[in-house]
Design a protein around this ligand. Structure first.
Ligand code: ADP
Ligand code: MG
Length: 330
């Protein structure tokens, strides 16, 4: 009896500390989200998952340009006509997006959404679009045309047909917010992975750092590196199936909003940055900039790194990343 009691006492602290990992995969913001949380058991993790999902759905209702009832849709519908008052949250997101446009010299631009859809990347294009049509396709694009009134908290797209969209920043923003909410609620560890836009905090129940596999785009079954995630977000942008080839040039599905031409030379970009929002936007930007300009650009930003896979399947890494020595190959 005494021995039994001793046994329970000895093991009680262990039982109390035992951590449980819970995992959920679902479609949010038109993308696959994988949510992993660590909790103390007794359903705490499921509660965390539900909290994260509700937060991402809330953000989707606010910023989605696909949802006709969102504030973003209200801004787009009023283009060329009148300014629209929005929530402080959306106003802040737009202000930061414009800051990123200035930082990237327009490679990142939420007004890309008004581009004419001249390019198709599903194999159905037989000829390159005419140069004049390509130039005309970006006529209504231009982040510097967007008028923000901070005092009234309004957003105005001054030309009819202008549109904004958060395809290259929204998932990252939602992942950051969900993580912040969970941390505040006491969730000590987890991962939010929005189709390759990933933020992780805390440690695995085993005490190890979370690790993220960087896969070879041409052989997705095989990871070529495992990165430990230590407080930074990791975002990979790239779709290896979506491209079109004309005269020996491979055009990828991300289009330069300044020229209307698709980006060339890059298959995938992985960016590590302090926030998922920033990493998301910069991954798309580096895609548009190309290998050389992209690397130069990332090397100038403290605490931001990138790994680029070019179309010949060569790796390029920013200054402080050394895949040979820092990361384990499998
Ligand atoms: P993926 O995960 O498809 O590689 P990204 O995170 O790079 O995607 O975002 C691509 C999406 O961002 C596009 O589908 C489009 O909605 C939007 N987008 C494309 N080009 C730009 C750009 N230059 N600036 C801002 N957003 C863009
Ligand atoms: Mg992106």
């Amino acid at each position: 009896m005494i021995r039994h009691l001793l046994f329970s006492l000895l093991f009680m602290p262990l039982l109390i500390c035992a951590q449980v990992t819970s995992h959920e995969t679902l479609l949010l913001m038109g993308s696959r989200f994988d949510i992993t949380t660590v909790g103390a058991g007794a359903g705490a993790e499921e509660g965390y998952n539900a909290m994260a999902i509700a937060e991402i759905q809330r953000i989707e209702r606010l910023i989605s340009s696909w949802d006709p009832n969102s504030q973003t849709s209200a801004i787009n519908a009023a283009a060329g006509d009148h300014p629209v008052k929005v929530d402080a949250e959306l106003f802040g997101l737009i202000q930061r997006a414009l800051g990123l446009s200035r930082l990237t010299d327009g490679a990142f631009d939420i007004s890309y959404a008004s581009m004419d859809r001249l390019w198709r990347f599903d194999g159905s294009m037989k000829a390159m679009p005419e140069a004049d049509n390509i130039a005309a396709s970006v006529a209504r694009v231009g982040f510097d045309k967007i008028v923000l009134d901070e005092a009234k908290r309004t957003v105005f797209l001054p030309e009819a047909g202008m549109k904004i969209g958060f395809g290259a920043i929204g998932k990252g923003y939602a992942a950051d917010r969900a993580r912040q909410l969970l941390e505040k609620a006491g969730c000590k560890a987890g991962i939010i992975n929005a189709s390759g836009d990933l933020t992780a905090w805390g440690r695995q129940p085993s005490g190890e750092d979370w690790k993220v596999a960087i896969t070879n785009p041409l052989n997705k079954e095989k990871a070529f590196a495992w990165l430990p995630v230590n407080g930074r977000a990791i975002v990979t942008s790239g779709n290896y199936e979506k491209f079109v080839r004309f005269n020996g040039t491979r055009y990828a599905h991300i289009i330069d909003p300044r020229t209307g031409y698709p980006s060339t030379g890059i298959i995938s970009v992985t960016v590590l940055a302090p926030s998922t929002e920033l990493a998301d936007a910069l991954a798309t930007s580096v895609f548009v900039m190309g290998v050389d300009t992209g690397l130069d650009f990332i090397n100038q930003i403290p605490n931001v790194d990138c790994i680029i896979v070019d179309e010949d399947n060569h790796l390029h890494t920013s200054g402080s990343i050394d895949l040979q020595t820092t990361y384990q190959h499998d």
